[in-house]
Design a protein around this ligand. Structure first.
Ligand SMILES: [Zn+2]
Length: 81
């Protein structure tokens, strides 16, 4: 009688984990002093001239519990486009 041949199949699991982290974050924290036209009269903090009136109002309210004109008397409001 013939013998049996057992075939063994070897299973290999290959896992290729590629972490494609190609995210380059460019943060420009530098602000030109010349671009700062708005300065808080209370804490002397400077803001970009493009800062919205809303943000300035929040600063005045949250930081000093004051109104916007009290902190930024020279602020003319949001510049029209
Ligand atoms: Zn302030």
């Amino acid at each position: 009688m013939g013998g049996g041949n057992g075939a063994k199949a070897a299973q290999k699991r290959e896992r290729n984990l590629k972490n494609a982290a190609g995210g380059a974050q460019k943060s420009q924290l530098k602000t030109n002093q010349a671009a700062m036209d708005i300065q808080c009269q209370i804490c002397k903090a400077t803001f970009l001239k493009t800062t919205r009136e809303k943000a300035l109002t929040e600063h005045a309210t949250n930081k000093h519990t004051k109104t916007l004109p009290e902190c930024f008397p020279t602020f003319q409001g949001d510049a029209p486009k």
